[in-house]
Every structure is written in C-alpha cells, then in structure tokens.
Design a protein around this ligand. Sequence first.
Ligand code: PMP
Length: 431
Amino acid sequence: MNHENSARLHEKALDCIVGGVNSPSRSFKAVGGGAPVAMERAQGAYFWDVDGNRYIDYLAAYGPIITGHAHPHITKAIVRAAENGTLYGTPTPWEVQFAEMIREAIPSMEKIRFNNSGTEAVMTCIRVARAYTNRIKIIKFAGCYHGHSDLVLVAAGSGPSTLGIPDSAGIPQSIANEVITVPFNDIDAYADAIKKWGSEVAGVLVEPIVGNFGIVEPKPGFLEEVNRLTHEAGALVIYDEVITGFRFCYGGAQNLLGVTPDLTALGKIIGGCLPIGAYGGRKDIMEQVAPLGPAYQAGTMAGNPASIQAGIACLEVLKQPGVYEELDRLGAILEDGIRSAAAKHGVPIQLNRVKGALAVYFTDKEVVNYDDAQTADSETFGRFFRLMLEEGICLAPSKYEAWFITTAHTEADVRETLAAVDRSFAALAST
Ligand code: PMP
C-alpha cells in the first residue's frame, strides 16, 4: 500500500500542529512510529486515506461511531440543524426531547445536563459529588481513562491501593494526592481503600465495563460490592459510561449489568458523531448544580442544536429492533475467527469481547485488570497493527484499545477481516 501522501501531510502537520496530531493517541508512537495514516472520506464501515486506500474501520473514532460513518438518518438531521442554525445559546425543544430519551433509556439519570465532551462530563460529576458530600477524595481504578482533566490524569503508584502520582506534567501533586487508585476487579483492595480513606471519599469513578485497556468485564458481584462499600462510607458511585453508553445495549452498561450508580457520565455515541458529553443522576444530587445549587458548570456550546439533533437521530437508529443482536452476532463471528486463526498459527492471545466490542491481547495471561493488560506484548501488537493496516483493516494504534463493530459492518466485512487476521497471524508466526 502506498502511504506517500500521508507521509507528506505528516511532515507538514509536524510543522504546525504539535506532534502532528490533535490527540496523542492518533500518533503511531505506540506502534513503532512514523506517519499516521490520514483519512479524508468515510462512509458506512469504510474509510479512505489521502492516498486513496480503503480500510474497514474498527477504530470507530475510539468509540463514538456505532451506526457507521455518515449514516443517512443522522446526516439528514445534521443538515437540517445546519440549515436552521447550529448554535442559539438559548433553551431549545431538542435538548428537552433528548434528555427525556436518555432518561427513558437510563432511568438512574433522573436529571441531566449536556456539555461538550466526556472529559467535561466526568470532571463535573466529580465536582457535583464533592459538592454533595462535602468531601474531596476520589477513588479510581488503575488503567481506566476518564478524560484529561487534572483530577483523573493520575496513575497508581506501586502497591495495591495508593495515593496517586500525576500522569502528566502540569498536574500539582496536591491534586494527585486527592485521588486513590486501586486495581479493577479486586474487591479486597477496594475494601482496604474504603477502610483507610472512606470518610474522606466523595465518590468512586467506575467504568462498569472497562473500555480503556481493551475490554474487561467486572467479575460477578464486583460492582454490587463496590456500590455497597461506597454507600456504606457515605460516598457516591459515579459511572463513566462515555464508552459503554449505548455501546452494548440501548442504554448504559448499568442496564445490561443491573447495577445502579448515583451519577453517570456519557459522551461519544450520544453525539451521533458530533461533539457531546452529558452527565446526570439522582435528582437530589443533580440539584447541587447551578442555577439550582452551589456547584457551577456551564458551556457556550452545551446543548448546541447540531450535536443534540445528531444524537437524537443516532439513538433513533439504535432503538430499532435487532440492532444490538446483530452487533453481537458479528462480534461472535469475529471472535471465533480470531481465536481459530490464533490457534492455527500458534499465536498466544487473550480475547475479551462484549457484544460488538472486543480486545485482542498478545499474552497468555487472562486479562481482568490493568496489570494483566500490560503483559500484552507491545512489539507483537505493533507488527500486527501494521500488517492489518496493509491489509486494509484499520485498528487503533495501541495495544490497549478495543475493536468496535458498527451497524454498517456486514458479515462479508467481518469475513474479509478474518482472512486478513489469518494472513497477519501467519506472518507473525513465521518470524
Ligand atoms: N471517559 C472514558 C471512559 C473515555 O473513554 C473517554 C475518551 N476516550 C473519556 C472519558 C473522555 O472523553 P472525551 O475524549 O470526549 O473528552
């Protein structure tokens, strides 16, 4: 495959955009470096790069894309919004309709606020939890990404449950000190953290199904016990459903798993591929937010008619019968095929899948937490990523990202992908 135009574009981009990318995860740093492939057109399950190469897309823009690119129903809604003005700075009928739709799908979100990104949604959940509890500390799980606000860009130190160390320059240690990090799926570590700091904890941030070191399901009873221990300590449970919201069913992972948080953050899918975030939860907690309460949150672009109407159209598509069943069916075919190819070529992998999202780890260790995910071999992933790219299959350039199937993917796309996986695993096995 020829990537000359991508390479040329990257040279120019390096000169005017920091690192040549607008989000670090788009760089090819984690897969051996070089120019990332630049795309210029997308339709359904495919996109085309600036050299005219076609790819089947499993990146799905890191999660928002579930109806495929440029879905006609969503496109129509965006065009309609554009023709009628995309920003009013006033209440609109669509934001009320959309809030009602989301509350119907995720009943724990009794009251909702829209904003512009997952980062904002999570950041504000933390502020609201702090305002409500009058406490400062936050617990999060190691390896889970919750956006780039100061508070959540904090990594675990060594040891089972630790106060944080900043994951980025520019974050004061005093802020990192307010974040406690524990391993996912380890209820004893969580109980220890609650025992030690429980009376100071405002809330726990949970991805109910982890989507940021592959795909990792909670062990049976884990989330229920987290809820119980957190509430016993007088703290709030905050679900970050920025990836999981509307990904596995019409609603949140909370619907699928039968667990209920106090607050929920959404983003990605609910914007119908335009920028959005939303947070919501129990009425008495949400009433902390201005203008009703003392916790301030605002936004010029919040609830803009374009994102909201794209989001409504997206949920209308997802509400059709059979959507999630088909994503699950294709996911199962992909899973079976990848497992068979790995066995055939003797490539050790772990594969975690929930419905239409899956993760392939090049390790023989079962992956239930971040430490396990880190055992996946980076070099093998880098080679696999490039082999697949040359086959016209676009994955995220990181061993920690999931593959996402959309409603635009067909069984033929999945079969084409599996043929590419087979050849790529053969190439990995032969060296
Ligand atoms: N939470 C989770 C679980 C995410 O995966 C992400 C983005 N990958 C965010 C929050 C931040 O969302 P955004 O990039 O829209 O700010």
